[in-house]
Design a protein around this ligand. Structure first.
Ligand code: HEM
Length: 373
């Protein structure tokens, strides 16, 4: 511990107890993750469906996804800022150091985000999937892939202070990534594949709203296939990720820590249940009931994975680091104000989403209803 270049925690005391800030970090990160999955997964699926130009259903799906991507981006960014607030408060002395070490890619996230945002607006506003929209949509998706990669680099580097000095010496100007990290690629692929899976569920839900039409049924089958296929692939990436963790940390979810192990088992079980229901959906059985169970179990599995990720993160902290004993001077009024504004924010989001859900589905054009996918 004393040989590691970790700065002391911020001398300004925490405004609330560690358990509360940690809970809020997990909550806001879960929300960020769901929005990010829809933005990243949606951008990739839009690219895929734009390439299937012969199918009217595919073109319509690409248009529907494109129309929603700017909104998904807005949620991703806003909820990411909330998570960033808490992660900085709790792990500032780790995150600031790693952010400086990969300073150039890290700062470039802002530029990449702005460009991707423009790209999504362009694709949303140009209805006909001409070559321009296909190229711009694909570039914007690539930018999101790059942003996610930079995040995974920083989130892993902040946990490995033993690597900091060498990286600093290699490129003092911040031209670094954390490419020497064994868990980097499996962690990235795990996040990416989960994004495709969750966006598949989003496609299912769009189909459920118009399930009496051919287009709606096609959407349900497509979305269920994306979800089930991506999740099955993700068992492989998840296993790779687990094997790439240091043995001491891997052991946490494999028996050494009772709670983490139970949560890990429950997450696997829930994800399996979600896959089974997705397969039943794909077979056309009881769409509303199966979609509801599939979405509920999948979201519960993601929520548990967020908690497990937190166990893993804290497992990385150097032995002897006194996390949880940071100085606290509770500022009750500020915490109460935060909760009031947070609840109002969530209510506003719910209101906006319910308006979007109540709007007439853009899909199922008369022509599409007649055509075969
Ligand atoms: C569309 C753009 C974005 C994408 C694709 C994205 C993707 C990701 C991914 C993949 C992770 C997980 C990294 C890991 O665990 O290894 C992550 C975590 C995180 N993101 Fe985002 N992100 C985006 C935008 C943002 C923005 C704009 C912010 C805030 C300003 C943000 C804040 C965070 C924070 C704080 C975490 C870590 C939370 C924690 O460790 O508990 N993200 N993001």
């Amino acid at each position: 511990m004393q040989h590691l270049p970790i700065a002391s925690p911020d001398p300004i005391p925490l405004p609330g107890p560690v358990w509360l800030l940690r809970t809020l970090l997990l909550l806001t990160f879960f929300l960020h993750l769901v929005a990010m999955d829809l933005a990243l997964g949606g951008s990739l699926l839009a690219v895929f469906y734009r390439l299937r130009r012969k199918s009217e259903f595919a073109r319509q799906t690409a248009r529907d996804l494109a129309a929603k991507l700017p909104v998904m981006m807005a949620y991703t960014i806003t909820l990411g800022v909330a998570a960033l607030l808490f992660v900085q408060v709790l792990y500032g002395n780790f995150l600031y150091a790693s952010s400086i070490l990969i300073g150039i890619p890290w700062a470039s996230v802002i530029v990449l985000l702005i460009l991707a945002y423009y790209g999504f607006y362009y694709a949303a506003m140009h209805d006909e999937a001409g070559a321009g929209v296909r190229v711009v949509g694909a570039l914007a998706a690539l930018l999101l892939l790059a942003i996610a990669f930079i995040y995974v680099n920083n989130m892993t580097l902040m946990l490995t202070p033993g690597r900091w000095i060498a990286l600093y010496r290699r490129h003092v100007s911040g031209w670094n990534l954390n490419l020497g990290e064994r868990a980097l690629i499996p962690r990235y692929l795990h996040m990416l594949t989960a994004a495709i899976a969750l966006c598949g569920l989003f496609v299912v839900l769009s189909g459920i709203r118009q399930r009496t039409t051919q287009f709606g049924q096609w959407l349900i089958r497509q979305g269920a296939a994306w979800f089930a296929g991506a999740t099955v692939v993700n068992y492989g990436f998840g296993l790779w990720l687990l094997l790439s963790l240091p043995a001491r940390i891997r052991a946490l979810v494999l028996g050494a820590n009772g709670v983490a192990t139970v949560l890990f088992g429950a997450a696997l079980f829930l994800s399996l249940a979600a896959v089974v229901h997705a397969l039943m959906l794909r077979a056309g059985r009881r769409p509303v009931a199966n979609a509801s169970v599939c979405v509920a179990t999948a979201l519960a599995a993601v929520a548990l994975m967020v908690v497990i990720r937190d166990y893993v993160r804290n497992g990385y902290l150097p032995p002897g680091y006194q996390f949880g004993q940071l100085r606290v001077v509770s500022q009750t009024s500020i915490i109460v104000l935060f909760f009031v504004l947070f609840a109002a924010g969530l209510a506003t989001v719910y209101y906006m989403l319910s308006k979007v859900a109540a709007a007439r589905p853009a899909g199922d054009p008369a022509s599409a209803r007649q055509q075969k996918a």
